[in-house]
Structure formats: structure tokens, C-alpha cells
Design a protein around this ligand. Structure first.
Ligand SMILES: [Zn+2]
Ligand SMILES: [Zn+2]
Length: 144
């Protein structure tokens, strides 16, 4: 097969200096964005899409984790060992716990399965904590 001379040239070496030939810019791929770019997205949306993507990946990962058999096993054991909501108990109220919470959130390096990082909470205390964490870190926190 005949080698294509044009594409076999290393562009980094071939195109140098200020006379670097430029490919015509295309409109940003982001819907409704008028900016022109050499890449798929303009710098603004390139950044934005990276954020969206890592957020999507993280949310998906959270979902996978919280429905994994390992976690459900840990959760069941934790609820057996500590059947009452820890937060409610602090106020002297016995509320049946239905949620298992990571005291130090995973996102901050908390251990997934370490019993000392787990606490049983009732639904209302858990969602309160989730909301506080969510607003403090500006992230959506899933409640299970
Ligand atoms: Zn754009
Ligand atoms: Zn509670």
C-alpha cells in the first residue's frame, strides 16, 4: 500500500512557528453555542462537558455501589448491630434505622465497608444529613 505522505508527517514537527497553517474553525458542538473552535467544543463548553461527564460517571458509580451485593450485605449487618437511628438516640429517641450512612463520606476518602465509618440512621435523619452535605459541597447526594 502506498503511504500517504501528508499524514505520515508529524504535525508537531512540520507545523511550527507563527506561520502554522490552521484548520478552519468549526462551530462549537454545544447546542446553541455560536463560538468557533478547532476542537469539538469551544473552551467554555469543553470545560463544561468535562464536568458533566465526570459528574455523570460519579453518579453512575454511586448507584452501582449502593445496589451492589457487598454493600447490601454490609448494610444488613450494620442495621442488625445498630437497629436504632444514632442521631435520634442522641436526643433520647428510639427510631428504627432504615439507612446506613458513611460517617466520613466516600467522596472525602471515607472507608466504604469499615464498620467504624458506618452509622445507622432513620430516613429523616439520613436525608437531613444528605441535604446538609449536598449544600455544603454543592453536590447532589443520593439517599438510599
Ligand atoms: Zn461552546
Ligand atoms: Zn433519626
Amino acid at each position: 500500500m502506498r503511504k500517504n505522505v501528508e499524514t505520515s508527517v508529524n504535525p508537531e514537527v512540520f507545523y511550527f512557528g507563527e506561520d502554522m497553517p490552521r484548520k478552519p474553525k468549526k462551530p462549537c458542538n454545544y447546542p446553541g453555542c455560536p463560538n468557533l473552535t478547532d476542537e469539538l467544543y469551544c473552551p467554555i463548553h469543553k470545560h463544561q462537558c468535562n464536568i458533566d461527564y465526570s459528574k455523570y460517571k460519579r453518579d453512575k458509580f454511586d448507584k452501582t455501589f449502593y445496589s451492589s451485593p457487598e454493600w447490601l450485605k454490609v448494610k444488613r449487618r450494620q442495621l442488625l448491630e445498630e437497629p436504632f437511628c444514632r442521631e435520634c438516640l442522641k436526643k433520647g429517641i428510639y427510631t428504627k434505622a432504615t439507612m446506613v450512612d458513611h460517617i466520613k463520606p466516600i467522596k472525602q476518602g471515607g472507608d466504604w465497608y469499615d464498620p467504624s465509618n458506618l452509622q445507622s440512621l432513620c430516613w429523616s435523619c439520613h436525608s437531613k444529613k444528605s441535604i446538609e452535605e449536598g449544600s455544603r459541597y454543592g453536590k447532589k447526594v443520593y439517599t438510599y
